[in-house]
Write a protein that binds this ligand. Structure first.
Ligand code: HEM
Length: 264
């Protein structure tokens, strides 16, 4: 049974300071792809949560230069992923998960980068080595085994929908970003009214894909790899953080209003 009415469901977002709790689904079958992915990435998810970069970020310990580099890494990642998704949007193993209007992040990230780096942002950014390895894998599977794109879309979009609101507030507070959303458009899914309902729709769409047990297994393995690519990027950012010269620190006194050029 599909839950295509997700856009009509309006669950009020509590906007609380913590992540939603992991939800259990009593009707789940063990062979459901959504269940296999959740179970198969449980350990690597815990590892990702425990990387220093992620822990620091969650505690508001993020400096603007590093946050900007994180946005750059995400920009290259989503550009690659969404390019391959576009190429494969009619593929029967991806088409039911094609939600460009609701999910795609490339444009939101471009707006964030323009805010941080100014009009000529494109000439100021470059792709880091860990991000390069991540996007090479995305392009490889887009070319050779597009069903595996499901694993990459799952890892990023489901994660973004789970933690986005929290991370957005953390970043806005720590970096003193304007309440209007500049710099954190990435975390804001304007066409999704209820993250929870949308995640349910996405899970049910994943479960309707006609996949044999081997393919499901490959998808779980690829999702683990996707988490690992993300962790490699976090580790790299952490290393870069040690060398970056810093100006903005969290928790410092508030120096009046953020007017004029805040894009340093
Ligand atoms: C789901 C917490 C980092 C990917 C969730 C959920 C929680 C959570 C509580 C369950 C939400 C629900 O069931 O509705 C956290 C915390 C993190 C973190 C506290 C960092 C401190 C990450 C990272 C990634 C990620 C770095 C991947 C890059 C996912 C995915 C799901 C998810 C794919 C969906 C799981 C599923 O329902 O199948 N996260 N997360 N998370 N998270 Fe995270």
């Amino acid at each position: 049974k599909t839950e295509d009415s997700a856009s009509g469901v309006s669950v009020v977002n509590s906007g609380g300071p913590v992540y939603e709790d992991k939800e259990e689904n009593d009707n789940a079958r063990p062979e459901d792809l959504s269940e296999l992915l959740a179970a198969g990435t449980k350990l690597v998810h815990e590892q990702a949560e425990n990387t220093q970069f992620v822990k620091d970020f969650l505690h508001g310990k993020i400096r603007k230069e590093l946050f900007k580099l994180g946005a750059v890494a995400l920009y290259y990642t989503y550009s690659a992923m969404e390019e391959e998704i576009e190429k494969n949007k009619d593929h029967p193993h991806f088409a039911p998960l094609y939600f460009p209007n609701e999910l795609h992040r490339q444009e939101a990230l471009a707006r964030d980068l323009e805010y941080f780096y100014g009009e000529d942002w494109q000439s100021q950014i470059s792709c880091s080595p860990a991000t390069q390895r991540y996007i090479e894998r995305i392009h490889e599977i887009g070319r050779e085994d597009p069903v595996l794109l499901v694993a990459h879309a799952y890892t990023r979009y489901m994660g973004d929908l789970s933690g986005g609101q929290v991370l957005k507030k953390v970043a806005q507070r720590a970096l003193k970003l304007p309440p209007t959303g500049e710099g954190v458009f990435f975390y804001q899914f304007d066409s999704i009214h209820s993250n929870k309902a949308f995640k349910q729709l996405y899970r049910s769409r994943m479960n309707e894909l006609e996949l044999d047990a081997n393919t499901k297994d490959s998808l779980v393995q690829e999702a683990v790899r996707a988490f690992q690519f993300n962790m490699e990027v976090f580790k790299e950012l952490e290393e870069m953080g040690k060398t970056i010269q810093e100006d903005v620190l969290d928790g410092g006194p508030i120096h009046g209003h953020m007017e004029g050029d805040v894009s340093k």
